[in-house]
Design a protein around this ligand. Structure first.
Ligand code: SAM
Length: 244
């Protein structure tokens, strides 16, 4: 496979949607190797306990370090340390973007550690970071109940970048956030019919003039980005071209 992904979670069924659609086909055809592991496999007590109360008090529970340490030892043996990146979804991580997706798509092995409750005992990733790259990633400024939904998001964004997953690779450079378009948002898109409920397709798109179409799309992308996300692509919005 181009990419192997191991996901550790207390809810393995949560990752089932990865078997659908384009990602599912990438797994079926062997482009991507996916293994989902139940964290409780690495517990040894009768109740298969993964959490306990926080030192220092406070609401909620914290995931105990022992099962996580054992899981990471098993999934990242010494010979795999150099070629593995451990991805930890957390609202306190660096922000997930298209650029981060591209970075992860260049890895050969990703291990995802899905937190629940108030997160994983801090020592787990501190210890792991002494021998393997650990990347704490947030998918946005809001709080989810667990890392599973974040892994669905991250893996979907990463896997579609792998060669052979999307039928027409040009789709990847002709969309929002693509470096090839200076990180701008995509403008409006249309298909048949040319007139629908009194709304017409802009005539330039029917002109067959590829130069004029490209110029119109660029203008629409600039206008749309300026309107909804002026924080994106400031260089392009200043009228400076060619800045990725
Ligand atoms: N106590 C943590 C804090 O305040 O930062 C929040 C824990 S959250 C309730 C439980 C788990 O959901 C986290 O360990 C993480 O795996 C996941 N999670 C929540 N929000 C996330 C986000 N924005 N991005 C990525 N993962 C998130």
């Amino acid at each position: 496979p181009l990419l192997r992904a191991d996901v550790v979670t207390i809810f393995p069924d949560y990752l089932a949607p990865l078997r659908l659609s384009l990602i599912g086909r990438a797994i079926e055809t062997g482009l991507v190797g996916l293994d989902v592991h139940d964290l409780r496999t690495w517990t040894h007590d009768r109740h298969r306990t993964v959490d306990d109360t926080p030192y220092g008090g406070g609401a909620g529970m914290v995931m105990r370090p022992e099962p996580w340490g054992a899981a990471l030892d098993a999934l990242v043996p010494p010979e795999a340390e150099a070629t593995t990146r451990v991805v930890v979804p957390t609202p306190s991580g660096r922000r997930f973007t298209q650029a981060v997706a591209a970075e992860l798509a260049a890895e050969e092995h990703l291990v995802f550690a899905c937190g629940r409750y108030e997160g994983i005992d801090t020592r787990v990733m501190a210890e792991a970071a002494t021998r393997v790259r650990v990347d704490e990633i947030s998918i946005g400024d809001y709080v989810l109940n667990g890392g599973e939904a974040a892994v669905l998001v991250i893996l979907e964004a990463v896997v579609r970048l792998l060669p052979g997953v999307i039928g027409n690779p040009a789709s990847l450079t002709e969309e929002s956030h693509a470096a090839e378009h200076d990180g701008l948002l995509e403008g409006p898109v249309y298909t048949k019919p040319t007139s629908w409920r009194g709304l017409d397709v802009p005539p330039v798109l029917l002109s067959g003039n590829h130069g004029a179409i490209a110029a119109w799309r660029r203008e629409q992308a600039l206008e749309h980005t300026r309107r909804v996300r002026p924080d994106l692509a400031p260089a392009a919005l200043d009228g400076v071209d060619g800045v990725a």
